[in-house]
Design a protein around this ligand. Structure first.
Ligand code: F6R
Length: 271
């Protein structure tokens, strides 16, 4: 692969450093446009970003009253009031912690009765909001972004998907048992995700190293849905040393970041 086609990859010491860096980028967007539209992920990975944004709201008076947010995904058939639902996770970790107006935060509707139309309506809601300015992403060990498991169409829209067995095992830590993890989800499609104006993918820990390398440097393939980020003109990957450990061009990424070579004229908001 030609190096100039690679994503911006930033290798940080730990999740706290990633949280500070990404929160800075988001805060700069919000200052420039108070009605910024964020795409928010659930799971363990983005926790430091949300905590750091909350700190900036409380201690630095960052005004998030007009910020809007769209979640990536939700389980299908799980009562939204249950603590494991992504409605609940987003309410706790994003809406309440950061202090967003609940009316400005949306999560896909995973109720079985509405599942055939919920995806189209969700995508229409994103378009009506003017599109997502910055989409936060984690990555699963299957290579999924959102819950787009291997084999997902790279042009897919928000829709119902079947969770991979490995994803159900990984997410069973949030449930009483793996059997309690729903079989299905509703997730923003890869095509939906790629319409965001900026993508920021975060990953920490050695268990993410293989998926990160495949997504960033591997061939573009639906076998690794995360590799679709290579199609996006503006993507930043923020990883710790463990998650970076399979990256062939790690030294090149460090060279670019340390020498500020990512700061092109159109990157005025780069921290
Ligand atoms: C969550 C999501 C998933 C997670 C991924 C990593 O909304 O869409 O893609 O980002 O499964 O999960 P964690 O962060 O728990 O390792």
């Amino acid at each position: 692969m030609k190096k100039d086609t690679l994503a911006e990859v930033i290798i940080v010491p730990d999740a706290a450093a990633a949280g500070a860096l990404v929160a800075s980028r988001i805060a700069a967007l919000i200052v420039a446009n108070p009605a910024t539209v964020l795409g928010v992920a659930t799971g363990s990975t983005p926790g430091t970003v949300y905590a750091e944004l909350a700190r900036r709201v409380q201690r630095e008076s960052l005004d998030v009253s007009r910020v809007r947010a769209f979640a990536l995904d939700e389980y299908v058939g799980l009562d939204a009031a249950k603590p494991e639902s992504y409605h609940s996770v987003i309410r706790r970790e994003v809406t309440e912690q950061i202090g967003l107006d609940p009316a400005n935060v949306r999560v896909p509707d995973g109720s079985i009765e509405r599942i055939m139309t919920a995806g189209t309506e969700y995508d229409a809601g994103i378009v009506a909001a003017g599109g997502i300015d910055l989409q936060l992403l984690g990555i699963g060990r299957t290579g999924h972004i959102g819950f787009n498991e291997p084999g997902s169409s790279l042009a897919s829209r928000t829709r119902i998907k079947t969770l991979a067995p490995l994803t159900r095992i990984d997410n069973s830590r949030f449930f009483a048992s793996v059997e309690d993890v729903p079989l299905h989800c509703i997730t923003q499609g890869i095509g939906t995700i790629l319409e965001a104006r900026q993508l920021v993918l975060l990953a920490f820990g050695p268990e993410k190293a293989e998926a990160v390398a495949a997504a960033v440097e591997g061939p573009l393939t639906s076998r690794v849905p995360g590799s679709a980020i290579q199609l996006h003109p503006r993507v930043t990957v923020v990883v710790d040393e463990f998650a970076a450990s399979w990256l062939e061009y790690a030294d090149y990424y460090r060279h670019c970041w340390q020498n500020k070579l990512y700061r092109c004229p159109d990157r005025r908001d780069a921290p």
